[in-house]
Design a protein around this ligand. Structure first.
Ligand code: PHE
Length: 341
């Protein structure tokens, strides 16, 4: 009995003065470990009479519970103390200060992208993710731009030392998506693209596009026009007209530049449409048979359209940004315009 009192006293002494977690662990080992005081006590039980066994056993267990509880308590206390010490070392930031009207907002590109995703989802399109680092094959060959073809010059490409490229357009995902789903398919795939541009107000090395594809039997240019007109009318919140002009892209035949009637002046002419009444928004066309074939889809059975919406451009128009570089910048006055519109 006396032995237990001694152990308790010793424990109290040590647990009161313990100052860090290592020391606490040492106490745990000294009292509860294989050769710890309490473990050794337990071993004495077998030499006691039956009566003594009962009360001694009970007392050892009581002490053991107490020791465990106190160690646990102390552990919580010391852990918190360590965290506090870490925080004190950090620069003085008052996390409880009210944010005033400087609250964060979604990035304009995210807002417009989410809106487009909602629109296309409602029309039965799936939303796909694409890689930012791509194989040359997916970025070029698979969309009918063979090695050394002059069309490669249309896109000033960042080549990586391992032979891969930073995706120059979202079309780089076409092949993978065709192989994933086969025909028929309806998919959109927004993504960040990279080109080695001379930078100015309308050229950035990093920008966003949103590509779409619809492949089925009997898909025609009328389907393309219908989906583009519906999508743009939704985006602008009013009925717009679209028109097609011829455009060259090796992965579509025929290929077009799609213009929308200017949603701001209704086609009369204004600053946004440079008085033409039309805004150029979306290259598109009927998917080239070679591209379908490379995607494992039989061009004699299926046709499809593809479009590559200039998402960054659309965002600039929507929010009236006059410089594309704002989109990758950090000027909150510019970015927070999202709260106004
Ligand atoms: N990938 C083309 C570009 O970035 C755009 C495009 C996409 C054209 C789909 C036609 C069809 O220039």
């Amino acid at each position: 009995m006396n032995e237990l009192e001694n152990i308790k006293e010793l424990f109290e002494e040590r647990i009161t003065s313990v100052n860090d977690l290592n020391e606490l662990n040492a106490i745990r080992v000294d009292f509860l470990g294989k050769n710890g005081h309490l473990t050794t006590c337990m071993k004495l039980i077998k030499d006691l009479s039956n009566e003594e066994k009962k009360s001694f056993g009970e007392n050892v267990n009581k002490l053991k519970t107490l020791v465990l509880e106190r160690i646990e308590e102390k552990k919580e206390y010391l852990e918190e103390k360590e965290i506090r010490a870490e925080i004190d070392k950090m620069p003085n930031v008052d996390l409880t200060t009210p944010s005033g009207d400087k609250r964060g907002s979604l990035h304009p590109v995210t807002i417009v992208q989410q809106k487009l995703i909602d629109i296309f989802r409602s029309m039965g399109f799936t939303v796909e993710d694409g890689n930012e680092v791509e194989t040359e094959y997916n970025n070029f060959e698979a969309v009918n731009i063979p090695k050394h073809h002059p069309a490669r010059d249309m896109q000033d490409t960042f080549y990586l030392s391992n032979g891969q490229v930073l995706k120059t357009h979202t079309s780089a995902s076409q092949n993978r998506i065709m192989k994933k789903y086969g025909a028929p398919l309806k998919a959109i795939f927004p993504g960040r693209c990279f080109r080695n541009e001379e930078l100015d107000a309308s050229h950035e090395n990093t920008f966003f596009q949103m590509e779409g594809m619809m492949i089925d039997k009997d898909v025609s240019i009328s389907n393309l026009i219908y989906f583009m007109k519906t999508m743009l009318s939704e985006v602008f919140g009013k009925e717009v007209n679209v028109r097609l002009r011829p455009g060259f892209f090796p992965f579509v035949e025929p290929g077009f530049e799609l213009d929308s009637s200017c949603p701001y002046c209704g086609g009369k002419g204004c600053r946004v449409c440079k008085n033409s009444g039309w805004i150029e928004l979306c290259p598109c066309g009927m998917i080239h048979p070679n591209v379908l074939e490379m995607g494992g889809i039989d061009p004699n059975e299926y046709q499809g359209f593809a479009f590559g919406l200039g998402l960054s451009r659309l965002v600039m128009m929507t929010y009236g940004f006059d410089d594309i570089r704002h989109l990758n910048g950090k000027d909150l006055n510019v970015l927070s315009q999202t709260k106004v519109k």
